[in-house]
Design a protein around this ligand. Structure first.
Ligand code: MTE
Ligand code: CO
Length: 424
């Protein structure tokens, strides 16, 4: 849909926001008075108040409330032929802040989830090193370790949206991203332990899963900020995320973050494996394929309102919320448009602003109840910003799948329902 005529920008002046604030207070006050007058939830004692609840240890490992049963990863069955080589998506529309809970991190496997007893896991370093080494998990935990928060985005995130709007929900259009705190050992320390030969220029991590995932990574990156991680958000990696060991390659495409990491070969040139030739390259208009697009450029999406998170409250105060990230570093600014990109407002970034991590943004508006075409546009600290989808297609053609960081549009209708549309 490219029609912009039915959109109207609600008043956005500082005065109208202040007015909205007052209105919110007044509305809450009135509703509060009405409830006190006769709402049985207030006037009658409820079961959870009358009876004792479960004691400690009813749930030795805590799980979400039964009322949150809808907050789950989801897949799209027709996308892949089998679930072992497939993907599911993070429910971005249900989350807030910048950290993805472990159980909700999207999964992308090429050969299913490897089931590995950590006691049987080994990490081998071989190739152009002074002494080839094999580490147990115990060995790795004796190196100095670090804690860092990073986003991981699959290069194929938003791939289905290249030619136009497809999937109805930010979970599906943008949910191949997660952001967690990793605990791990800098790869540099492990490579130094083995001793690098002078012609050591590349590393090739390899997974222990049935797909034996391999990728070539230049030595500068390996020595810069890569981690060999064994924990996420404080607890052991989940099996889906590579238990017991995964490579963390900050800011670079998810495919390089090898899970179930069992070997790192050191070499003097890239290996040109399947995942960096026939896959994860960008087919351009002239028929040539661009290889080694490692850095994930700045990107953002409004998570609420969005197709799976429609507006239920009618006009008045509304929180527009979303996430932004950049493989180049920190997010400096996110702009939000309510009219399909004609006018932009700078959103409020909230929470920690960490390099190569997710950032949370909000725009608090006074919705006049009319249709909106809402968009967000992220800019990182190096001045890189998100292109429109047309700008992206002009540069890269129609054939691409990977590395789509184009601006997303949601059509918010007067009745509060939201649809995935494209404004180019
Ligand atoms: N590592 C191995 N060993 N096997 C895999 O299938 N998938 C890759 C990468 N590492 C993969 C892998 C891809 S394409 C992505 S996007 C990320 O892992 C996904 O990480 P996640 O499952 O933790 O979200
Ligand atoms: Co991927």
């Amino acid at each position: 849909m490219t029609d912009k005529t039915n959109s109207k920008t609600p008043g956005l002046s500082r005065r109208s926001l202040l007015k909205a604030g007052f209105a919110a207070g007044a509305v809450a006050g009135t509703a509060g008075a009405a409830r006190a007058a006769g709402d049985p939830l207030i006037t009658e004692i409820q079961d959870w108040n009358r009876y004792l609840g479960d004691g400690v240890q009813a749930r030795p490992y805590g799980t979400p409330s039964e009322y949150e049963a809808n907050v789950v990863r989801r897949d799209v069955e027709w996308l892949t032929a089998s679930t072992e080589s497939s993907v599911n998506f993070t429910p971005l529309h249900e989350l807030d802040g910048i950290i993805t809970p472990n159980g909700l991190c999207f999964e992308r496997h090429h050969g299913g989830i490897a089931d590995i007893n950590p006691a049987d896991h080994r990490l081998m370093i071989n190739g152009l090193v002074d002494s080839p080494l094999v580490f147990t998990m115990e060995d790795l935990k004796r190196f100095p370790r670090e804690n860092r928060v990073y986003f991981l985005e699959c290069a194929a995130n938003s791939g289905m949206e290249w030619r136009g709007s497809q999937l109805n929900g930010c979970q599906y259009t943008h949910g191949m991203v997660h952001c967690v705190m990793y605990t791990g050992v800098p790869l540099k320390l492990i490579l130094e332990e083995a001793g690098l030969k002078t012609n050591a220029k590349w590393v090739m991590p390899e997974g222990a899963d049935a797909s034996a995932m391999t990728r070539s990574i230049p030595m500068e990156k390996a020595l810069d900020d890569c981690l060999v991680a064994f924990k996420m958000n404080g607890e052991a990696l989940r099996p889906e995320q590579g238990y017991p060991l995964r490579l963390v390659v900050p800011g670079w495409e998810g495919n390089m973050w090898v899970k179930w990491l069992r070997r790192i070969e050191v070499g003097d040139e890239p290996w040109h494996q399947r995942e960096e030739t026939s896959k994860y390259t960008d087919l351009l208009e002239n028929g040539k394929a661009r290889r080694f697009t490692w850095v994930m450029d700045p990107k953002s999406v409004i998570t609420s309102p969005s197709p799976q998170a429609p507006v239920s409250h009618g006009k008045g105060p509304m929180v527009i919320s979303g996430v932004a990230w950049s493989g180049n570093g920190r997010i400096k600014r996110v702009d939000v448009s309510l009219d399909g990109g004609r006018n932009w407002k700078t959103a409020r970034l909230d929470g920690p602003s960490l390099s190569k991590a997710m950032h949370r943004f909000y725009l608090d508006i006074d919705w006049d109840g009319s249709d909106m075409l809402i968009q967000s546009r992220a800019m990182d600290e190096h001045g890189f910003f998100q292109p429109t989808k047309n700008e992206l297609r002009a540069a890269r053609g129609e054939n691409s799948i990977y590395h789509n960081n184009g601006i997303q549009t949601w059509y918010v209708k007067a009745d509060g329902m939201v649809e995935n549309v494209e404004v180019s």
